[in-house]
Design a protein around this ligand. Structure first.
Ligand code: GDP
Length: 297
C-alpha cells in the first residue's frame, strides 16, 4: 500500500490519474482549511479528494461536483445571507450529512468513511485529525482565516506569516498514523507545502513516522513559481523561495526523492532529485506522472 498526503487541488489532480493505474492507496488530507458555513462544516480538501475518487469532481474549478447547481446559495443570498464561499446544491448535501453526524458525536474520520462508502470509493480518505485546527494568515491588516484570505480577499493582502491554530493540541487521526505505518512509501503530492502539507506534518508524531518511510515529493513549483494559488507568497513569508530548492529546505529530512519539472533539477546530497514533466492538464498527464512515480517506488 502507499499513502498520499494531500491538499485540495494539486494532489487530487495527480490522484485522478493514479487511481487508474494503482488501486491500493490511502489519502491523508489536510483539514486546517475547514470552515463552518451556514451551520455546516465544509472540508474543502477532503471533499475535493472524495469527489476526485468518485469521479464527480468539477475538473474546471477543481472543487465541487461537476454539473452542480447553486440554487440554495443564491436563494440564501436573496434572503440576506451572503455565504462567503460558493456552495453547490449537491455538494451541500455532503456538508449537511457531515455536520449532522458530527453533532451526533461521530468523529470526522468516521463520517468521512461513511461518505466514501456511499459513493463506492474503495480507497481510504483520512482526515489528518479529528480535532479542529485552523490556518491563520498574518497580514499587515491583521490575522485572518485562510478562507478569508484566499476566497474573500482573493489572496491579495501581503503575507507576513502563517500560524496553524491548535496544531500543538490536536492529535493525528489514529487511522492516519496506521495508514503511514502500513505503507511501503508515502507520496507528498504537488500541494501547497505551507498550508496543505504543513498542517499534516505539523501534527505530533507524523514527521517521525514519515522519516521511517520512503517519501517521494512531487513539486508544486515550476522554476521559481507555483502552478497556481498562494504557495509563492507563503514560502516567501517563511523566508524560502517557491522553488524545488525551497521545497527541499521546507521538508528537510523527510524527503527521499524529489520529483521536479524537466530542467529544474539540481545537485543535492540530501535526497535523490529526478525530473520529468510535472504539468497536469489532463487525466492522461496524471496517469503518465503516476506511472513515473510508481517506477520510483
Ligand atoms: P489547495 O488545498 O486548494 O490549496 O490545493 P493544494 O495545496 O492541494 O494544491 C495547490 C498547489 O497545487 C499549488 O501550489 C500549485 O502550484 C499546485 N499545482 C496545481 N496544478 C499543478 C500541476 O499541474 N502540476 C503540479 N506539479 N502542481 C500543480
Amino acid at each position: 500500500m502507499v499513502t498520499f498526503l494531500s491538499g485540495g487541488t494539486g494532489t487530487p489532480k495527480l490522484i485522478a490519474g493514479f487511481k487508474e493505474v494503482y488501486e491500493n492507496f490511502s489519502v491523508i488530507v489536510n483539514t486546517a482549511e475547514d470552515v463552518w458555513v451556514s451551520g455546516n462544516r465544509i472540508c474543502p480538501d477532503i471533499d475535493s479528494v472524495i469527489y476526485t475518487l468518485a469521479g464527480l469532481i468539477d475538473e474546471k474549478r477543481w472543487w465541487g461536483i461537476r454539473g452542480d447547481t447553486f440554487k440554495t446559495h443564491f436563494r440564501l443570498k436573496s434572503l440576506g445571507m451572503d455565504e462567503k464561499m460558493m456552495v453547490g446544491d449537491l455538494d451541500r448535501a455532503t456538508h449537511i450529512f457531515r455536520s449532522e453526524m458530527l453533532r451526533k458525536g461521530l468523529s470526522l474520520t468516521d463520517v468521512t468513511e461513511r461518505i466514501c462508502q456511499s459513493l463506492g470509493i474503495s480507497q481510504s480518505v483520512i482526515p489528518m485529525t479529528d480535532d479542529e485546527v485552523a490556518t491563520k494568515i498574518l497580514t499587515p491588516c491583521g490575522e485572518m482565516h485562510f478562507q478569508e484570505f484566499w476566497v474573500e480577499k482573493k489572496g491579495e493582502p501581503e503575507v507576513t506569516g502563517i500560524r496553524i491554530e491548535n496544531i500543538e493540541r490536536a492529535r493525528p487521526s489514529k487511522k492516519a498514523v496506521n495508514a503511514i505505518r502500513k505503507s511501503r512509501s508515502v507520496i507528498i503530492g504537488p500541494s501547497n507545502p505551507v498550508t496543505s502539507i504543513g498542517p499534516i506534518i505539523g501534527l505530533e508524531g507524523i514527521r517521525n513516522e514519515l522519516e521511517k518511510k520512503k517519501v517521494v515529493v512531487v513539486s508544486p513549483f515550476i522554476g521559481n513559481k507555483p502552478f497556481s494559488g498562494p504557495a509563492g507568497k507563503f514560502m516567501f513569508a517563511l523566508g524560502l523561495s517557491p522553488s524545488p530548492r525551497g521545497l527541499l529546505e521546507y521538508y528537510g529530512k523527510i524527503i527521499d526523492v524529489l520529483i521536479v519539472h524537466s530542467g529544474d533539477s539540481f545537485e543535492s546530497d540530501r535526497c535523490e532529485i529526478v525530473e520529468t514533466d510535472i504539468i497536469i492538464k489532463s487525466r492522461k498527464d496524471a496517469e503518465r506522472l503516476s506511472r513515473f512515480i510508481l517506477e520510483l517506488l
